[in-house]
Design a protein around this ligand. Structure first.
Ligand code: PMP
Length: 425
């Protein structure tokens, strides 16, 4: 097998620069929360392929369900010949989603397709085109999704004009000194300066910003958005691509709120490593687009749908929501201990819903000035010592933890030991 260095060099020659890489490691095989590279070195996985592996790598039940479907057929295109796994998965998600009234679902392939299609559906239902999103948000890299993404570098800079009629409201983050009042005031300015609410089709929000730094949308913001959407006939879209599927110790992060969205975008951990995304929503809104307006050749691939049905079974059988809550408690307790230690770098703002846990690396103990370079170094030291770790955040100084919810407590502890060593100062 080629070495990591050989593959990195071949990649540099053959693959575009625009596709970045967090580590120089090439995977050979993986099981639950462990990965082995092409040189046989073992890693604890705190990244889960960016929130895709809440059920771990190669869960036997999910692999078996996918393999069984592969023996039958791998593709028909749902618009040509339908198949039960797509329909059964839509039925199960409709029953689970925290959305008022009757629900319907459409499947796609990527998270960006889910957010793009949520906008198309909202536009079809309202006959309007405006979209409100938030600073720091991440909704994907396709043209509409990146227009909604609230971060210029690296997602928009030099990549051409953003689509019109997308406005960003500051997302409330204590570390950035933005309050709910600031956000609502700014939204009021947009309604006065740029677009009347009667021209807005959708407000899209992540209940917990993922790439933006694991900041939770305050309940009073969500309530205010719901009120505004009701008052002006705007569709409220929850982007649960990263928060979805049990990460926050509820199946959907919107279950932590006392208001419900109209549409929910799902992807990532939905299908345990197979490409699948979807939009679940109020039936009257979801049915607004005419036949042929939604879908795609691979959208709702049967192998991915079979895997997703198995993911739902694994959640129930292995009580993964309880395990997410326990993992969150385990992570936060250890991070709180690290914060009080003098032999590690200064860390701050330990936060998280369920097992969606993060903290910031700052320049001084007790301070809040972000330290992006040190954060980068910590991620590098971690993988050199056998832990795959990701950073995120507007200031690139947040370490986020996305370990499989199926990870044994001892593996999570092992990962935390490596993290502690990487934070040593
Ligand atoms: N929305 C959110 C909240 C995400 O975290 C992501 C991916 N990080 C996306 C959308 C886009 O998903 P994909 O990369 O599958 O297009």
């Amino acid at each position: 097998m080629p070495t990591n260095a050989e593959l990195l060099s071949r990649r540099a020659d053959a693959v575009v620069r625009g596709v970045s890489h967090a580590t120089p490691i090439s995977a050979a095989r993986a099981r639950n929360a462990e990965i082995w590279d092409v040189e046989g070195k073992r890693y604890v996985d705190f990244a889960g392929g960016i929130a895709v592996l809440n059920t771990g790598h190669c869960h036997p039940g999910i692999i078996a369900a996918a393999a069984e479907q592969m023996q039958r057929f791998t593709h028909t295109c749902f618009q040509v010949l339908m198949y039960e796994p797509y329909i059964a998965l839509a039925e199960r998600l409709n029953a689970l989603a925290p959305i008022q009234g009757r629900r319907k679902t459409a499947f796609f392939t990527t998270g960006a397709e889910a957010t793009e299609n949520a906008v198309k559906i909202a536009r079809a239902a309202t006959g309007r085109s405006g979209v409100i999103a938030f600073t720091g948000a991440f909704h994907g890299r396709t043209v509409m999704a990146s227009a909604m993404t609230g971060k210029v570098t690296p997602y928009k800079k030099g990549l051409g004009p953003a689509l019109p009629e997308v406005w960003h409201v500051p997302f409330p983050v204590p570390q950035l000194d933005v309050t709910v009042e600031d956000a609502l005031k700014y939204l009021g300015f947009i309604f006065k300066a740029d677009a009347d609410p009667s021209g807005i089709a959708a407000i899209i929000i992540e209940p917990v910003q993922g790439e933006g730094g694991f900041h939770q949308a305050p309940p009073e913001l969500m309530r205010a958005l719901r009120r505004l959407c009701d008052a002006h006939g705007i569709v409220l879209v929850a982007d649960e691509v990263q928060t979805g599927f049990g990460r926050t110790a509820k199946m959907f992060a919107m279950e932590h709120y006392d208001v419900t969205p109209d549409l929910i975008c799902v992807a990532k951990s939905l299908a345990g490593g197979f490409p699948l995304s979807g939009v679940i929503g109020r039936a009257a809104i979801m049915d607004a687009a005419d036949p042929g307006g939604l879908g795609g050749t691979y959208a709702g691939n049967p192998v991915s749908c079979a895997a997703a049905l198995a993911v739902l079974d694994v959640f129930a059988e292995e009580k993964l929501l309880d395990r997410a809550a326990r993992q969150g408690t385990q992570l936060k307790a250890r991070l709180e201990k690290l914060r009080s230690q003098n032999n590690v770098l200064p860390i701050d703002a330990i936060r998280g819903l369920g097992a969606m846990v993060a903290f910031d690396i700052v320049r001084e103990r007790g301070g809040s000035e972000p330290d992006a370079e040190t954060t980068k170094r910590v991620v590098q030291t971690a993988y050199e010592n056998g832990l795959v770790l990701l950073s995120c955040g507007t200031n690139a100084n947040t370490i986020r933890i996305l370990a499989p919810l199926t990870a044994e407590e001892s593996i999570v502890d092992e990962g935390l030991d490596i993290l502690e060593a990487a934070l040593a100062c």
